[in-house]
Design a protein around this ligand. Structure first.
Ligand code: HEC
Length: 195
């Protein structure tokens, strides 16, 4: 048994050495991310994130941001340049809200419109990391089907948009680990204590 293993391992090393010139033996330190381990109990598929995200959005966000995220009392989160260009800031904003004094974000320009900070509630004690990852995935990969390239200024800005490909949208997910990392850092900074 032992000798067989040794032989196999020797064979493998030889194969590795032979293939070394082709860089086939480098471990997982290459330019591409390691494949997702679907056996990992923390793994949530993109389809699940989108399905859960649609419900999270309908139940918690659509009242202020519009049924399809087009904006109402709150600004647009569908086809929104501010939303798409500020991934980390948005995770922070959703967790901690924007009602502190002074607000986390003083003011923001959403599709050419100036929005003063103040009305966005905090969700850290209402939504789990998975629910926040889900709703952000739903927004990025379903409701943002166009990229806002530029907008005119003034009271009624007009924006130029380019349609996104279904493939680019399908890959645009937010992992629950990203939300967990931001939640942990906000707790470490004492922005909120729990959960
Ligand atoms: C009570 C109304 C209200 C609810 C409910 C609400 N928001 Fe907001 N949201 C606002 C307002 C007002 C702003 C802009 C001012 C600010 O940030 O304080 C905002 C800003 C935002 C922004 C940044 C600006 C933009 O349009 O890109 C995002 C992203 C966002 N909200 C996501 C969400 C998500 C996700 C939910 C549900 C989990 C949600 N909001 C629920 C009122 C709300």
């Amino acid at each position: 048994m032992k000798t067989t293993r040794k032989k196999i391992s020797l064979l493998l090393s030889a194969a590795c050495l032979a293939a070394f010139a082709l860089a086939a033996c480098s471990k997982d330190d290459g330019p591409t991310a390691p494949p997702v381990d679907t056996n990992d109990s923390t793994y949530v598929s993109a389809d699940t994130l989108r399905a859960v995200g649609a419900t999270v959005f309908a139940n918690n966000c659509s009242g202020c941001h519009g049924t399809n995220g087009e904006g109402s009392h709150g600004p647009a989160v569908a086809n929104s340049d501010f939303f798409m260009n500020n991934r980390q800031v948005i995770i922070n904003l959703v967790l901690r809200g924007n009602t502190s004094n002074p607000p986390y974000i003083d003011s923001m320009v959403v599709n050419g419109r100036l929005v003063l900070g103040g009305g966005m509630p905090a969700w850290h004690d209402i939504l789990t990391n998975k629910e926040i990852a889900s709703v952000l995935t739903y927004l990025r990969s379903v409701l943002n089907d166009s990229t806002v390239v530029s907008c005119t200024s003034g009271d009624q800005p007009v924006c130029t948009k380019v349609a996104r490909t279904p493939a680019a949208m399908a890959m645009d997910t937010v992992a629950f680990r990203e939300v967990m990392a931001v939640r942990d850092s906000l707790k470490a900074k004492g922005v909120f204590t729990a959960p």
